[in-house]
Design a protein around this ligand. Structure first.
Ligand code: NA7
Length: 534
């Protein structure tokens, strides 16, 4: 092969996170595959997010692969909610155990994808010069992988250090004696802040919107719980896929209105103590559909905040008041609210007085200058779409993805974009990804995509696209489903309104995973309804 000849593969998988790793394992049984990964290690989210306190918010016995019984029997999770180093270790173990590395090119960020209509092939190029021609692209690029960094002026003037939480340095930061500012109060900041507060001289939390958070109750792995899961894994994996969020928690049968206030309180206390993430969101059947029912839960959490936080002004600032619980991803924490009782922690409300600039010595809000040595931007992600739109993607007739998605993402069933044949997304926009336990949901999606490819080839076709009508129908379904819920009633990454100027409707399918599977399967059974095969 000449140096300039492209590599030829059946499938390019973008991303060696958990879905990408499984996609290699699954697809290479039938096709030649190569996986291109921007990072210099595997694990995706759990490779990049190395900030102190990074931890999954779903029980690890669930948040793990189910495709191999021996793997799930052998692997031991040390804690109920695993920390980033254990998740990264697991990703590496899986890569070694299934010999996946031979099909992975690390430090290879895909820069462009271009569809050659005459040959039905994708030209894939990387920033460091790789050129691959392939039949199919599977974008396992991650729902939360493109960092959002506010572009306040003056960044270059700041004489201290600035880190986005998802681009954390390899060496542990020495924060002793330092004044640290953390911007943001989403899941990431809520995990990181209590640990940073213990390490630094002073921690200032810059809060634009207060979050609802509940205690994770993380603890060392419970031997009985682990045994119970290992004895029942195959059944549990099937059951998980039949639940709304691909996670076995106690789903309710009654509305909040069926209970007296005292009974409601008792249920919520049990949810708070359940040591199970998100139990509060499903305390009653109507938490996410009825504002009054939701408000019962909101007020309960505000009561907890007021109980925990000693300074009443700080407690009030920390109480979310203007959006329903669950409309932004519910956080779970290890001592976040109690952290504000420390003498070295202060809270600054940047909704009232927004951050305007970085300065030589720190940050300037519209009200004050804050002197800092280290600034941590826990400012989230250009979620669901950002990872793909940051690649230069060109489909049929020169249509670019940036143009196609200018007014918001469209994708039939959240995994195929009209005009971009043979390109499949895992955990793309308009899937239930954000509200589902992502490893098991990702395995299901990869299996579905593999089935689509097998069926395509069995039926003698070489190209699969989706129609604009099918995309529009799906967008309408996603919007209609969300409109019956409270999910849209906040500025969040679920609707892209966490990013100034980002267009689009609701970006997550909130109809639950069982319904999503049903619709995906029905499309295939009804003769690939909504898809164009040629
Ligand atoms: P999130 O949940 O999107 O949180 C980002 C936080 O950063 C949030 O509090 C934002 O405030 C804040 N933010 C973003 N931009 C600004 C500006 N310009 N000024 C002030 N504050 C800002 O991201 P995370 O990384 O915490 O979590 C992402 C997901 O990872 C999480 O949902 C879990 O699924 C795991 P805002 O609320 O927008 O007012």
């Amino acid at each position: 092969m000449m140096a300039s000849d492209p590599g030829i593969f059946d499938v390019v998988i973008i991303g060696a996170g958990f879905s990408g790793l499984y996609a290699i394992h699954k697809l290479r049984k039938t096709h030649s595959v190569v996986c291109l990964e921007a990072g210099d290690g595997v694990g995706g989210t759990w490779y990049w997010n190395r900030y102190p306190g990074a931890r999954v918010d779903i029980k690890s016995v669930e948040y793990s692969y189910g495709f191999d019984e021996e793997l799930q029997q052998d692997w031991k999770w040390p804690e109920i909610f695993s920390a980033q180093p254990d998740l990264e270790r697991y990703a590496n173990h899986v890569a070694d155990r299934f010999d996946l590395r031979k099909d992975i090119r690390l430090s290879t960020a895909v820069s462009s994808l271009s569809f050659d209509e005459a040959r039905n092939r994708w030209d894939v190029r990387s920033a460091n010069g790789d050129h691959i021609v392939c039949k199919y692209v599977v974008a396992a690029t991650g729902a939360l992988s493109a960092p959002n960094t506010p572009d306040w002026p003056g960044r270059e003037k700041f004489r201290g250090e600035i880190y986005h939480t998802s681009r954390w340095p390899d060496e542990p930061l020495d924060l002793a004696g330092k004044r640290v500012g953390i911007i943001g109060t989403g899941s990431t900041a809520i995990q990181a802040a209590p640990i940073l507060a213990e390490q630094c001289k002073h921690l200032t939390v810059f809060q634009r919107t207060p979050a609802y958070s509940m205690p994770s109750g993380n603890r060392p792995m419970d031997v009985a719980l682990e045994r119970d899961w290992k004895d029942n894994y195959p059944d549990r994996r099937v059951r998980m896929l039949d639940t709304y969020g691909v996670s076995i928690i106690d789903y309710p049968t009654k509305s909040a209105h069926d209970y007296t206030p005292a009974e409601q309180h008792e249920i919520l206390e049990a949810g708070w103590a359940s040591k199970s993430a998100f139990q509060l969101m499903v305390a009653f059947t109507d938490v996410m559909t009825d504002r009054a029912a939701n408000e019962v839960v909101c007020e309960f959490v505000r009561g907890k905040i007021r109980e925990i936080v000693e300074d009443p002004d700080t407690a009030e600032k920390l109480c979310p008041k203007d959006y329903p619980i669950g409309a932004k991803r519910l956080c779970i924490d290890n001592g976040y609210y109690a952290m504000f009782n420390r003498a070295n922690v202060s809270l600054v409300d940047v909704k009232i007085a927004p951050i305007e600039a970085f300065t030589l010595n720190g940050l300037k809000t519209s009200e004050a200058d804050h002197d800092l040595d280290v600034i941590i931007t826990a400012t989230g992600f250009d979620a669901l779409t950002g990872a793909l739109t940051r690649i230069d993607v060109t489909g049929l007739n020169g249509l670019t993805l940036a143009d196609k998605w200018r007014n918001g993402p469209t994708a039939n069933l959240g995994f195929m974009i009209a005009g971009f044949p043979n390109l499949f997304m895992v955990h793309g926009p308009l899937t239930p990804a954000a509200l589902a336990q992502m490893i098991t949901a990702g395995e299901w999606q990869v299996n579905y995509i593999a089935g689509m490819i097998t069926d395509l080839e069995r039926d003698g076709f070489s190209r699969i696209d989706t129609s604009i009508e099918a995309e529009q129908l799906w967008a309408a379904e996603v919007d209609a489903t969300a409109s019956h819920t409270l999910y849209g009633q906040a500025r969040s990454w679920y609707n892209g309104r966490n990013i100034d100027g980002k267009e689009g409707g609701f970006m997550v399918y909130v109809g639950g995973f069982p319904r999503y599977r049903e619709l995906c399967q029905a499309a295939v059974q009804n003769g690939f309804q909504g898809f164009l095969r040629s």
